[in-house]
Design a protein. Structure first.
Length: 71
């Protein structure tokens, strides 16, 4: 079986065509966009709009950090 170098390279990289990382990237972007960025934005704008964040500041901060970490 005589293959030219281009065909040999194409046969050697069949794993790349499966792209197992795509679902991970898509799910991490969804988590970051829906949970991480929105929680951070809420933490930014709630004091500006006059809402008190006395006890909920720490929980918002932890939720934002965890969502960004998982995202």
């Amino acid at each position: 079986m005589n293959l030219n170098p281009t065909e040999q390279r194409a046969q050697g990289t069949t794993w790349a065509s499966q792209r197992f990382y795509r679902p991970y990237v898509i799910s991490s972007l969804c988590v970051a966009l829906t949970l991480g960025f929105t929680t951070g934005t809420a933490m930014l704008f709630m004091p500006l709009l006059g809402f008190s964040l006395k006890n909920s500041w720490i929980t918002h901060l932890q939720a934002h950090g965890m969502a960004q970490g998982f995202g």
